[in-house]
Design a protein around this ligand. Structure first.
Ligand SMILES: [Zn+2]
Length: 134
C-alpha cells in the first residue's frame, strides 16, 4: 500500500500510489478521506499507552513515593513519537478497511468507490457507525 517499505524513512512516510497495483482499488476515496485516520491513530496511541503502562506496572512497578510514574509518562511519550511513522501508516490501513474489506474475488469484482449520487451511500455510512461518521 505504501511506496517506501521502511516507515522510518522520513519524507516518504505517506507516499502511496493512487491505486492498488494489484487490484486497482483507489486509495484516497474522496477529498479529505484520510482525515478520519486522526481518530484511528488517537485510539491506537491510547491502547499502546495502556499496554506500556501495564508492562511498566508489572516490570518496574509504580509507587506514590517516587517518580516512577513520571518516568513512564516521559518514556511513553518518547515511545509514541518514535512509533509515529508506523502508527500513521497503520491508521490508514485500519481506516480504509472500514470501507474496503478484503475480497477474495477481487479480479472479478469492481473496485469500491463512493457514489455521491445515491442514497445508499449515506445509508451505508450511517450503518457503519463510528467508523463511517466522517
Ligand atoms: Zn489491492
Amino acid at each position: 500500500m505504501f511506496s517506501q517499505p521502511n516507515p522510518w524513512k522520513f519524507g516518504k512516510i505517506l507516499t502511496m500510489p493512487d491505486t492498488c497495483p494489484e487490484c486497482g482499488q483507489p486509495f484516497e476515496m474522496e477529498v479529505g478521506f484520510w482525515y478520519g485516520t486522526g481518530y484511528v491513530s488517537y485510539g491506537l496511541s491510547f491502547f499502546l499507552s495502556v499496554a506500556t503502562f501495564v508492562a511498566w506496572w508489572m516490570l518496574i512497578g509504580l509507587s506514590t513515593e517516587d517518580n516512577r510514574f513520571f518516568w513512564w509518562m516521559g518514556l511513553n511519550a518518547v515511545f509514541l513519537v518514535v512509533m509515529q511513522p508506523w502508527l500513521m501508516r497503520l491508521s490508514r490501513v485500519v481506516w480504509i478497511y472500514f470501507f474496503v474489506t478484503y475480497d477474495a474475488d477481487y479480479k472479478q469484482t469492481a473496485v469500491k468507490k463512493f457514489d455521491y449520487e445515491t442514497e445508499s451511500y449515506y445509508r451505508a455510512k450511517s450503518q457503519e457507525g463510528e467508523g463511517g461518521t466522517q
